[in-house]
Design a protein around this ligand. Structure first.
Ligand SMILES: [Zn+2]
Ligand SMILES: [Zn+2]
Length: 427
């Protein structure tokens, strides 16, 4: 047993896993760029107060899941538990309202939450997110949803569906929350303990409780879309109409309105959405987001609307692998240099330097092993060629280049960078 392990709920990404991550991160950047979203990086930690105000005191995130610490100067800081409040903080701090609106931004980076460890939930995970800030029109809602859908398609992940809902705004939501509380008070004995505890402070969360006993109660609960004010209703209808307009490009864009979709954060208004595998029933969201028209004001800016999504790349990478959405190219080196004797060892190092400088991928086999062991090593590295240098080769000035893939012939090659590089590339 090793003495140390990665902290609970965290993971290492080893070299053989990296190509999938590079692929996913590349697609995130590429898709964002196509939609005109520019990259933003914000610090991994922020003033605790930002999340308490922005995410909401009453949320599970703030109450139970934040990594909060006091630094040596006595300031309370928190590792970011989500990606939106910090981007909004940057928007306000840098006066981005002076730029053409909406400001379109994306980010990738680590998110930290003290989650109960279970499959697919991590205490540090990597998130790709986008934010479009400063435009309240339904076109922007659908642009953000389209971006999310396009991103998932770019990873060659299929069999997904879009769930969407409108949870209204400060004008119409209070009446809905009242109706929801009334309804759940009548079913208080039928729901789980968690729900009983959060009924008064966060009634929306009861709707997305994943416990079996609570599902039927949630299904029959009042629907937010029945309580929308005129402005919210008009916005909601426009979103649906615009979504239908995407069908020409994405014939497989299946969406359904789900009144139990509420998202876990206080700041959402109107449109909320999630993309998930078909038949996942809210259990394994791949990408989720919504509109947050009150957030910027909440953290000290002018009233400004915004919408965005976040997507856990760990789940997406798992889907890419499961669906064979990406096959990493064979990643063996071009050449492994097999060398016997001290002179050959020196020559191997010098040639390797020259070949690498020339652009080839070269590994020098471990010194002090037999020729047979070094050849075994070359094969296990999945190399294209073994270049064999012993005393005899040094004397003659010609090494042996042996193809390890396919059935080419071994050939003699002058021990110069140029000759070896030509022979390796020429095949
Ligand atoms: Zn429940
Ligand atoms: Zn409304």
């Amino acid at each position: 047993m090793p003495s140390f392990r990665a902290p609970r709920g965290t993971y290492d990404i080893l070299p053989e896993e990296q190509p999938y991550w590079v692929f996913a991160l590349h697609k995130a950047a590429e898709t964002s760029a196509r939609f005109g979203y520019g990259r933003i990086d914000t610090p991994m930690f922020e003033a605790t107060d930002l999340f308490e105000r922005g995410v909401g005191d009453a949320t599970d995130i703030v109450q139970k899941e934040m990594y909060t610490f006091e630094d040596h100067g006595g300031d309370s800081l928190t590792l970011r538990p989500e990606g939106t409040a910090n981007v909004c903080r940057a928007y306000v701090e840098h006066g981005l309202h002076n730029q053409p609106q909406p400001v379109r931004m994306y980010y990738t980076g680590a998110i930290f939450r003290y989650e109960r460890p279970q499959a697919g939930r991590f205490r540090q995970h990597t998130q790709f997110g986008v934010e479009a800030i400063g435009d309240s029109s339904p076109q922007v809602d659908v642009e953000v949803i389209e971006l999310g859908w396009s991103f998932i398609r770019s990873l060659n992940i299929t069999g997904t569906q879009l769930r969407i809902n409108s949870i209204g705004d400060p004008e119409c939501r209070p009446a809905y929350l009242d109706a929801l509380r009334d309804y759940y008070r009548n079913h208080i004995d039928e729901v789980c303990d968690d729900d009983r505890q959060r009924l008064e402070r966060a009634p929306l969360r009861l709707l997305d409780c994943k416990k079996t006993r609570c599902q039927a109660i949630g299904n029959a609960a009042p629907r937010s879309t029945d309580f929308l004010c005129d402005a919210c209703e008009e916005h909601w209808m426009s979103v649906i109409t615009l979504l239908d307009g995407l069908k020409d490009t994405y014939p497989d864009l299946e969406y359904y309105a789900d009144h139990r979709l509420v998202r876990g954060l206080d700041y959402y208004t109107r449109t909320v959405f999630e993309i998930e595998p078909e038949n996942a029933a809210g259990q394994s969201t791949l990408l989720g987001g919504g509109r947050y028209d009150g957030l910027i004001e909440l953290i000290g800016g002018q009233p400004t609307s915004g919408i965005g999504f976040g997507s856990g790349l760990d789940r997406l990478v798992a889907q890419v692998k499961e669906q064979h959405g990406y096959e990493p190219p064979g990643s063996g080196p071009d050449v492994v240099i097999v060398h016997l004797g001290e002179d050959a060892g020196r020559r191997a190092s010098a040639l390797a330097a020259g070949l690498r400088d020339d652009g080839l991928t070269v590994i020098v086999a471990p010194a002090g092993r037999s020729m047979r062991a070094q050849m075994r090593y070359s094969n296990s590295m999945n190399a294209q060629y073994a270049l064999i240098i012993g005393d005899r080769e040094i004397e003659s000035g010609e090494g042996s280049l042996r193809p390890l893939q396919g059935d080419g012939e071994q050939l003699g090659v002058p021990l110069s960078v140029e000759a070896i590089a030509d022979a390796v590339r020429g095949s």
